[in-house]
Design a protein around this ligand. Structure first.
Ligand SMILES: O=C(O)CCC(=O)C(=O)O
Ligand SMILES: [Fe+2]
Length: 515
């Protein structure tokens, strides 16, 4: 049977609580006679409950119901658990105390369950939704003018967590915010929950609900105040990334249609890449000469660089052949945070990862990347300067919708090196391992740039600003392949180890200030 659904049954609980108190008093007294030490929790609980039973207040408010059920479900149960004794003989106080539980349980026709308590929490939010009582008053035990016992901060967190579990994040956040304000205002002294911890909880709830800008707001000040708090700093950094990411998507949505601009760029039939781009720099490397040019529509900031003939036919074949056995279907779901939640397939392709360690032949390409970008590129299992080669092959209509390569938050779960050790993907080097007859260009709708597919070339760009913030202008897409098969390979360069690097000829972007 349930207890929460009527005040009648709740009152029955309340009336029977004095019997529990008597049983506990007897248990403690017997233990004292035996010279046993009394559990601290049990002692403290008895003291407060004795007073509650003595006052015998009626159950009027949902706060009373919550307190009552919480005691029965959690605290009384804990007392019985503490007293539980498998080796005790029949006349020992533990046995007697626990049998009093059984007697009361059968008299009541059951023992209140966690579902009763959870239903009460649900009821509280249902009531709040209709009557809009003040949550800060509520924490102090007050609903309009009706005053009862206040909630402890831990009880408040219990209520907020239950709302979150029930997918009622808005309620949960509002409740935690009320608690935060009360603690900040000093009306809940000696709170075991500190404001930083609470802020982190609220920020993470905002993140889970795709409102990273709210978390940024919340964490910004606190991160400034507590530069030594690593967890807080880390939360703030991740949130910032997520925020920029969500913001970029939002802007894209606002610009009429999620990807109008991207499609237009995909369709654009530009002259050949070489004709448009001017020679920027020439490298004489030991094996192949590399022409270093700016991307088409070169007058853009930030720059996207193009390297021609940067990878030999042999190397192209090696990458393609080594990965073809491993290619797996990769689907990246698009989560259009802010605005509509439209989950669509973001990428249609197959992917494989090739490690420099497993395929030492690749190290040569990796050091070439180091030379042309001036960045550290060595792939290591930990504290890496780059990722393994990601090889992609697109099928009919295969594409990669507009996205940012920067990993922001979710990425620590990605297959690459841990972001906490190796940092974010500060730059992308993307090799073209095939030609494509029609379609398949890489386009950057925000900066109006387009790189058409050419076997042996590589595109290079930075994904973050010098201070590590994500550069949302680098929003880019792989246009659908119309005729042909497109192969590319990414070598993502990580933040780790790049501190004192001065990229050759690539300084312009690094000096580029934020918009
Ligand atoms: O295939 C392309 O042109 C783009 C691929 C890409 O952006 C990626 O793999 O992150
Ligand atoms: Fe990308």
């Amino acid at each position: 049977m349930d207890f929460y659904s009527s005040i009648f049954t709740l009152t029955k609980l309340s009336e029977n609580e004095s019997k529990l108190v008597t049983a506990l008093q007897r248990f403690i007294a017997a233990q004292e006679v035996e010279g046993q030490s009394i559990d601290g929790f049990v002692k403290e609980f008895l003291k407060t409950t004795e007073k509650i039973v003595e006052d015998a207040k009626p159950i009027h408010s949902p706060i009373d119901a919550f307190h009552l059920l919480k005691r029965w479900v959690d605290d009384w149960q804990k007392c019985f658990d503490i007293a539980l004794c498998s080796e005790c003989t029949i006349d020992e106080p533990e046995i007697e105390f626990n049998s009093s539980r059984s007697i009361i349980e059968s008299r009541l026709g059951g023992w209140p369950q966690r579902s009763d308590l959870d239903a009460t929490v649900e009821a509280i939010f249902r009531l709040w939704d209709v009557y809009e009582f003040d949550l800060r008053d509520f924490l102090h035990g007050k609903i309009f003018k009706y005053q009862t016992e206040p909630l402890t901060p831990l009880e408040a967190i219990y209520i907020a967590n239950k709302a979150e579990d029930a997918k009622n994040s808005y309620n949960s956040i509002k409740f935690l915010e009320a608690l935060l304000h009360e603690i900040e205002d000093g009306t809940l002294p000696n709170s075991p929950v500190d404001t930083t911890k609470l802020s982190r909880m609220i920020a993470s709830a905002y993140n889970r609900n795709n409102m990273p800008w709210k978390s940024v707001e919340l964490l910004k000040e606190r991160a400034k105040e507590e530069p030594e708090n690593k967890r807080l700093q880390n939360d703030f950094k991740k949130t910032k990334y997520k925020y920029y990411y969500a913001d970029a998507i939002h802007e894209d949505l606002l610009r009429g249609g999620n990807d109008k601009k991207y499609k237009a760029l995909c369709r654009k039939n530009l002259k050949s890449q070489k004709a448009l781009s001017k020679l920027f720099c020439f490298y004489k490397t030991t094996d192949i000469p590399i022409f270093f040019v700016k991307a088409e529509l070169a007058n853009i900031k930030p720059n996207i660089y193009l390297f021609h003939d940067v990878i030999s036919d042999n190397e192209v074949a090696f990458l393609r052949n080594s990965s073809s056995e491993m290619l797996t279907r990769s689907t990246v779901l698009q989560d259009l945070s802010k605005g509509t939640m439209d989950v669509a397939e973001n990428r249609i392709s197959r992917t494989a990862w090739l490690s420099d360690i497993q395929y030492p032949k690749l190290k040569k390409i990796t050091s070439r990347v180091k030379m042309i970008t001036g960045l550290e590129t060595e792939y290591k299992e930990r504290f890496s300067n780059s990722e393994q080669y990601q090889v992609l092959n697109y099928g009919v209509g295969g594409m990669y919708r507009p996205h940012l390569d920067a990993l922001y938050e979710a990425a620590s779960k990605s297959s690459g090196p841990d972001t906490t050790e190796s940092g974010d993907r500060i730059a992308t080097v993307m090799f073209y391992l095939s030609d494509v007859m029609y379609g398949g260009a890489t386009v950057f709708p925000k900066v109006n740039a387009r790189v058409s597919v050419k076997k042996g070339s590589a595109a290079f760009w930075y994904n973050t600003y010098l201070d590590g913030e994500v550069d949302t202008r680098m929003w880019h897409a792989g246009c659908p392949v119309l005729v042909g098969s497109k192969w590319v390979s990414n070598k993502w360069i990580r933040e780790n180890g790049q501190l004192f690097k001065k990229p050759c000829g690539l300084k312009q972007h690094l000096q580029d200030t934020k918009l």
